[in-house]
Design a protein around this ligand. Structure first.
Ligand code: ZN
Length: 224
């Protein structure tokens, strides 16, 4: 029961972030009007608003107009649900802050192809006092990846800024693993068949962060 509640706590925060992102994009209040379908405007009931579950039960469609929902809110609900389960096994406020910032950047990168820069910058400032010893290697890694990105026209500026707080918490070894996992996931998705013209990198960074934390918690990282 504890794990179910923990999962839905994370997924509910993900759902709330989805609402905030949508409302702000449309210059609407985040309080009113009550949750509704963006296509037909029908108000949504409790059964329509169960994070991740409603999306799957109703087969990704609105119950009233049968239009398909985009998956971005579902993805972030699932991401934060799993992230909270992971936190319940080994809580760290630094990881909690990173999960929250990653999830909001995940949404905005998918929806608007940009992230709110003040989120990773603010996160870095909050993390700096506790993680100060990691600053030199974090700067080295971000500088290195920036040079590679300029040469290959790979990651965007927002992705590079996000890499700094990730490096502060994980250290250079684990961030290298994280980048390897993120790039592997992109290749995997590309091979499966989804080949968008622009690849939003933050979602891959976010899932790679979860997987990297799994490696750390299970001590499997030592084998790599
Ligand atoms: Zn509808």
């Amino acid at each position: 029961m504890f794990f179910i509640l923990t999962y839905f706590l994370g997924a509910s925060i993900g759902s709330f972030f989805g609402l905030v992102e949508t409302r702000l994009a449309h210059h609407q209040s985040i309080v009113l009007p009550r949750s509704h379908c963006d296509y037909c405007g029908h108000s949504l009931n409790v059964v329509d608003l169960i994070p991740t579950v409603s999306y799957l039960i109703f087969r990704r469609k609105c119950r009233y107009c049968r239009r398909h929902y985009d998956s971005w809110s579902f993805q972030v609900e699932l991401f934060l649900g799993i992230a909270f389960l992971q936190l319940s096994l080994n809580f760290s406020w630094q990881v909690l802050l990173i999960d929250l910032v990653l999830s909001y950047c995940y949404l905005s990168d998918l929806r608007e192809q940009k992230i709110l820069t003040f989120l990773p910058v603010g996160l870095s400032l909050v993390l700096l006092p506790a993680q100060f010893s990691f600053v030199p290697e974090a700067l080295f890694l971000v500088a290195l990846v920036t040079i590679v990105s300029i040469v290959t026209q790979g990651m965007g500026a927002g992705d590079l800024i996000l890499l700094f707080p990730l490096s502060l918490v994980l250290g250079i070894r684990s961030v290298s693993l994280l980048l390897l996992i993120a790039c592997s996931l992109i290749i995997l998705v590309y091979l499966i068949g989804s080949r968008p013209r622009r690849i939003p990198f933050v979602p891959y960074l976010a899932w790679a962060f979860i997987i990297t934390k799994f490696f750390q918690l299970s001590k499997l990282e030592m084998l790599l």
